[in-house]
Design a protein around this ligand. Structure first.
Ligand SMILES: [Zn+2]
Length: 96
């Protein structure tokens, strides 16, 4: 059995995007091409069977940019630094 991180990376390589919805794991196929069910189904099954591991992994995996570089902020939450910076930039534009 693969490490859950490898399962998620494989799904991502097969054109899937995964994210957290509260404590649920959401996923969709974004391409390119059609999903290969023979490869994909066992991976999705592994996600369902090891949901807690998948949730834990996805907490430190950015579904927006695929980054894994996170920082912990003053509110105790960790955020993707790439996306945080983008959000910060847009906030600065709003303020000006
Ligand atoms: Zn990100």
């Amino acid at each position: 059995m693969d490490d859950i991180g490898q399962v998620i990376m494989k799904l991502s390589a097969l054109g899937y995007r995964l994210w957290l919805e509260g404590d649920r794991v959401g996923y969709e196929h974004v391409g390119p091409g059609e999903p290969d069910a023979v490869k994909v189904l066992p991976l999705l099954k592994a996600i369902r069977e090891r949901k807690a591991d998948a949730v834990y992994f996805l907490r430190c995996y950015c579904s927006c940019c695929g980054g894994v570089v996170f920082g912990t902020f003053s509110d105790g939450k960790s955020r993707c630094l790439v996306c945080y910076r983008k959000n910060l930039d847009s906030l600065n534009i709003d303020r000006s």
